[in-house]
Design a protein. Structure first.
Lengths: 272, 295
């Protein structure tokens, strides 16, 4: 019998391989590409409008993205049941292995997958946002860290919540976690109502850094031509951006559901 | 030491509408035995296997495998498991799949390579070694699975409906492999609705009926429990006088003997050419199941 760490290492690499070869990244990239595409169309249109109209368009875009991502989430939910039928993990649990090692290995594999996703997405953002809209600045590494750390946290929490063994509970927990993870959007919005010299410096930085995907469109139209100042920030942190943040949340929910679907195969296996 | 010692084993579903999937199952299985676990749908066969594997929590009683209480890592060191649906990871090739499990079994380097090469050869999948298992037929996946289990030899293999959905060729290949393993002294527990595999491999049988153990014992003994039967070619070939120790059989051209010797004497004394068949009154596992169901 091999030790826990060896078990974890072997399973983590195998899970990572699944993430690369399987449909996991395919789903993620499809959703992200769709958002980029939609963002491009709307922002090009919004470029020609005044600020107020831009924000209205941003809101419209956000709701469109929300509908698309909501549909993706529903499809992912439908797919979960089929994933759960797999006997692969039942076989692994039947092995004379310490089951903590199997859980640990699986979580490690998820983190590796999230890390890869974060790196690829940071590069994609650099290319798409940077070249297309000439907005490089300091956002790229921050996008990466945001995606990676949030992804790690969310996949870990999803793993724990998937112990509930209920699709409905997991779905709503994932949704709640996604929204909580983006509570900073709300905090920024509220904070922007009170002026202070610190917020003047911090808020623009955070606005660019945190809602990685949702902010693309704001940057592209409303922010692009404006300096990253307190005034510009308070103008841009609008309900439109908040709606975009929700779209972003839903993307996270979608990613979470895919991750949960894999985790649950372990859990269900343990249940039998 | 028994291979399996099962005392008042019980299991109840955790759902709100609780149902007893297993109740008071008790038996002991000697080492080297091969147990056919039979019963209708929902009888509790798969549940029993899952309990042995520690995939379901034991509700009542206890069960041990070679002295190790279930569930425990130690008890699982004796077991290999073939799921009802052979599900090697779809994104791995057959070779990678075996390597993954070889590593989990603790093999490294050349030893791992040798084991994998041997397993691929044994399963007849050498040519398909680098093909992803999602492209394998069910028969290929099942062959891969049995070799995965045997990478590090096991004393007991649990097979859950191993022949379901396999073509004749794969079934024959699989039965042959199981017989090889049986000859090597590997014990098995097989659940199947296919009597042929149970008869080909099993030495013992346990029939579950709605979660209860209806019958358990050595197959040879159970099949002859109702005695021995001589079936004549037709009713005219049946002797006029009732032979010693005989009583009328289930058909109008047969006699039943409770003692095999009496039946053999009758065979010698009378015209063997008039005898159509001679054997146990219960012909096989299918008959035995029918008896249990009737009771």
């Amino acid at each position: 019998m091999i030790d826990i760490l060896s078990t974890a290492r072997i399973i983590a690499l195998s899970t990572f391989k699944e993430g690369l070869r399987g449909r996991l990244l395919f789903f993620i990239f499809s959703a992200v590409l769709f958002i980029f595409l939609l963002g491009n169309i709307f922002s090009n249109f919004a470029d020609k409008q005044n600020l107020e109209l831009r924000l209205i368009l941003e809101t419209g875009m956000a709701f469109s993205a929300l509908v698309v991502l909501g549909t993706a989430v529903l499809i992912a939910c439908q797919g979960l049941g089929k994933h759960d039928d797999s006997g692969s993990y039942r076989i692994m649990f039947a092995m004379p292995l310490n089951r903590d090692g199997i859980y640990l290995g699986y979580l490690g594999g998820l983190w590796l997958t999230v890390l890869t996703y974060s790196i690829v997405m940071a590069v994609a953002l650099m290319i798409v946002v940077g070249y297309r809209f000439d907005v490089f600045r300091y956002t790229i590494p921050l996008h990466f860290f945001t995606l990676f750390i949030e992804g790690m946290v969310l996949s870990t929490v999803a793993f724990l919540f998937s112990l509930s063994r209920s699709n409905v509970v997991s779905f709503f927990m994932a949704l709640a976690i996604g929204i909580m993870a983006h509570a900073e959007g709300v905090i920024i919005h509220l904070a922007s109502q009170s002026s202070s010299i610190i917020m003047e410096r911090v808020v623009p930085f955070l606005v660019n850094a945190l809602p990685a995907l949702g902010s693309i469109n704001v940057k592209s139209s409303a922010v692009r031509d404006l300096p990253l100042t307190w005034e510009a920030t308070t103008n841009c942190v609008t309900w439109g951006q908040f709606a975009l943040g929700i779209g972003h949340n839903l993307l996270y929910v979608f990613i979470l559901l895919v991750l949960i679907s894999i985790v649950r195969r372990f859990i269900e296996a343990d249940k039998g | 030491m028994y291979l399996i010692e099962c005392n008042n084993l019980g299991f109840m579903t955790p759902a709100k509408r609780k149902a007893n999937l297993l109740q008071n199952v008790s038996f002991t299985l000697p080492q080297g035995a091969r147990l056919a676990l039979a019963g209708g749908n929902g009888a509790g066969k798969s549940t029993f296997l899952k309990l042995l594997l520690g995939l379901e929590p034991i509700g009542e009683g206890e069960v041990s495998i070679l002295g190790s209480l279930v569930p425990s890592v130690k008890s699982r060191t004796h077991i290999g498991y073939l799921a009802d649906e052979p599900s090697p990871f779809a994104y791995l090739s057959g070779k990678e799949y075996l390597e993954l499990y070889g590593r989990l079994e603790g093999f490294r380097g050349n030893e791992l390579k040798d084991k994998v090469v041997k397993a691929l050869s044994q399963s007849g999948l050498t040519d398909a070694a680098n093909v992803r298992t999602e492209n394998y037929s069910k028969g290929m996946r099942q062959r891969l699975e049995i070799e995965r289990v045997m990478l590090k030899g096991r004393k007991l293999i649990l097979l859950d409906e191993p022949l379901t959905g396999l073509d004749i060729e794969s079934q024959l290949f699989f039965k042959k492999r199981l017989n090889q393993l049986a000859a090597d002294g590997v014990s098995m527990i097989i659940t199947s609705h296919e009597p042929s595999i149970l008869e080909a491999v099993a030495t013992h049988i346990a029939v579950l009926h709605f979660g209860k153990l209806a019958v358990f014992g050595k197959i040879d003994k159970l099949l002859t429990e109702k005695g021995w039967e001589i079936v004549y070619k037709d009713s005219q070939a049946v002797p006029d006088k009732l032979p010693k120790g005989a009583k009328p059989g289930g058909q109008n051209n047969s006699f039943l003997f409770s003692d095999r010797k009496d039946a053999e004497t009758e065979l010698k004394n009378n015209m063997n050419e008039q005898v159509l068949s001679f054997g146990s009154a219960i012909k096989g596992i299918e008959d035995l199941m029918a008896e249990v169901t009737a009771k």
